[in-house]
Design a protein around this ligand. Sequence first.
Ligand code: P6P
Length: 328
Amino acid sequence: MDHCLAQDNLESLQSHILAEEQKFPGATGEFTWIISAISLATKAIGNKVRCARIQDVIGEIGNVNVQGEMQQKLDIISNEIIMHCLGNRDNVGVLASEENKTPILLRRRAEGGRYAVLFDPLDGSSNLDVSVGVGTIFSVLRLSDDGSREEAILQEGANQVAAGYVLYGSSTVLVLTTGNGVDMFVLDQAIGSFVLVARNLKIPEGNKTYSINEAYTTRFSDGIRGYLDWAHQNGYSSRYIGSMVADVHRTLLKGGAFLYPPTTDKPDGKLRLMYEANPMGMIIEQAGGAAVAKGNRILDIVPDGLHQRTSVILGSKDQVDAILKHTT
Ligand code: P6P
């Protein structure tokens, strides 16, 4: 089987992270350990996603999760895969998942648990039965002390040491930032590795595209409605998949803006701060864009709960500014 790559400068996720680490003399290599666990877990999840209908793991299990949403069979399977892969890493102290009410304390800091990994194991999973792209979103925080597991991870998004997502779409794409730009990898199934396909991604400006669920227009603020009216009169196009990872990935690569604003029935928005808005916000900012909630920088929000929700407006700076002109 020919593998997908023609390039002769094959660089894997592993070698890329190790090369990045060389730039930091104090680096201990423990970071690679976490990213390799995420790589392994998301390869396994991607395989499950692609075989879901064959293996009859499509659909709901009949439970409602801590978010009040019907759990999909693959939500549970994906969660268990990530918990297993990351739980084996001896420098991971706390794991926090959209699917678990409370964080899981694996090791105290004094026992080597220096990092917390927060994740949405399979965002957009309600789209699985129609084969729409879904994804895993992850955020890595350093644990400062041996406080309680929840307090230890309730840090602003600006503290993240890494963030990323894996999109299980027409290809399996991993997008990662460790605070020095955004790199993109594609899973080459033939060699079983994420291979580097783009370094230091920058979000394009000038793309007059917005991504929002316009079915909620009557529930938006006057400002958001005013922006939409303005956009309709100024040649904008609309793209909305309804799967955050897919919508954000398109926004990252093509530009434009993704919005999940407050509505009358969800005044704090729908998306979760700690493991959706913060990691996506870090990626977009590292790519030169902006990510705001009610006019404030998302990464500056001081969290008061693991599962707290936030509104999200993110994208290229010019497009976010065009929205803020109508909403602040
Ligand atoms: P709506 C998927 O359920 C999700 O959490 C995100 O992936 C997505 O951006 C959003 O909800 C879609 O929500 O209300 O437009 O269906």
